[in-house]
Design a protein around this ligand. Structure first.
Ligand code: NAD
Ligand code: WQD
Length: 338
């Protein structure tokens, strides 16, 4: 039985593809390459020594999605595909609602038609909005405050309704915290098309000399060093979480919602300092205004994942930075130039 990875050419999808193949699964990737490169799939093949069936498909094209289900024997779907920039979602809300929701409707329609009712969905800690308490448990209130986050919550709700209407669906909603790092080989990693929004790829580009300095967004937060604190999680730990989520589906779990985080937070300044150690260079930075919409601190209570998935994060901050740097230094232009 094959696993369909929508958005499987992207950052988290490509790393998960490696973990799935290494756990004995067969992977089929569907991606429209709107924010990724087919080279990532080739690199996954290089790392694993296995062929990956790749469809350049927009999920909103329902007949094209149905063709995949006709041609491949799909047992489960991991649904990564979506647009993910908070800032862009504020500028272009309709594009975000349209892409993320329509892609999910189209996918679920095809899954229903072909009686494939096992789904893992990439949700986000962003659904918690500004948390009242940390660490965050899964039953914490949800209140996303940007269009991107709202698409994630809406899709969770759509999938809850789908499960309620037909309990033979098994659906795992994974709420990722802050994915960082890269495969230890340095062959695949995060490759933002434009100037990165996220901290770790921004630091990496400063380290490689493509950007001048890191702007630290605010040093007046009520945190130990006054900069924002997040739960950074190594992308290979996240990938392994998906392997465990598939096992959960096979136990006929119904609808299951779970955080994937490490349970500990690091500040912006701690991240810069850890990256300096990994790359052996000084990272120039400057304190600037807070970024609108940012929260002070956010980290997961990962105990449900440990109890129900038998999963916990293994990599620490040193490996997150070392592997991100290996990827960046081996591929200074990302997938663009080898
Ligand atoms: P990414 O942009 O690298 O990967 C998403 C992939 O989906 C891209 O390859 C893109 O080309 C593809 N895609 C987008 N719309 C599509 C469509 N209509 N049809 C087919 N393919 C389409 O992002 P990522 O970081 O790998 O994130 C994967 C998922 O995890 C996303 O749903 C994202 O919202 C979610 N997530 C990401 C983070 C993060 O910080 N990276 C955190 C929490 C949740
Ligand atoms: C981390 C910290 C910034 C960049 C976002 C999305 C969230 C999820 C993960 C998808 C914060 C600070 C950042 C910079 C900085 N994505 N920072 N200078 O904001 O926690 O989460 O990505 O679901 O939905 O909102 O991640 O990496 O952007 O920021 O000082 O150039 O680094 O203020 O404290 P964030 P981030």
């Amino acid at each position: 039985m094959n696993i369909l990875l929508t958005g499987g050419a992207g950052y988290i999808g490509s790393h998960t593809c490696v973990s799935l193949i290494e756990s004995g699964h067969r992977a089929v990737v569907a991606d429209n390459l709107s924010n990724s490169s087919a080279e990532a799939v080739k690199r996954v093949e290089r790392i694993t020594g296995q062929k990956v069936r790749f469809y350049k498909t927009d999920l909103r094209d329902t007949p094209a999605v149905e063709e995949i289900f006709k041609s491949e024997s799909i047992g489960c779907v991991i649904h990564f595909a979506g647009l993910k920039s908070v800032a862009e979602s504020v500028e272009k809300p309709l594009a975000y609602y349209e892409n993320n929701l329509d892609a999910t409707f189209s996918l679920c329609e095809a899954m229903r038609k072909f009686s494939v009712k096992n789904l893992v969905f990439s949700s986000s800690a962003t659904v918690y909005g500004n948390p009242q308490n940390v660490p965050i448990k899964e039953d914490a209130p949800v209140a996303p405050f940007n269009p991107y986050g709202r698409t994630k919550l809406m899709i969770e709700q759509v999938l809850e309704d789908l499960h309620a209407s037909d309990p033979s669906w098994n659906i795992v909603l994974l709420r990722y915290f802050n994915p960082v790092g890269a495969h230890p080989s340095g062959l695949i990693g995060e490759d933002p098309a434009d100037i990165p929004n996220n901290l770790m790829p921004y630091i990496s580009r400063v380290a490689i000399g493509r950007l001048d300095e890191v702007r630290v967004f605010g040093n007046d937060y009520p945190t130990p060093d006054a900069t924002g604190v997040r739960d950074y999680i190594h992308v290979m730990d996240l990938a392994q979480g998906h392997v465990r989520a598939l096992e959960k589906l096979s136990e006929k779990c119904g609808l299951f919602t779970c955080n994937l985080g490490t349970g500990r937070g690091y500040s912006v300044l701690e991240m810069i300092s850890a990256f300096e150690k990994a790359c052996g260079k000084k990272i120039p930075y400057r304190i600037t205004e807070r970024r609108p919409g940012d929260i002070a601190e956010c980290w997961a209570d990962p105990s449900l994942a440990q109890k129900e998935l038998g999963w916990r994060a293994k990599y620490g901050i040193e490996d997150m930075c070392a592997h991100a740097w290996r990827w960046q230094s081996m591929n200074p232009e990302g997938y663009g130039k080898e």
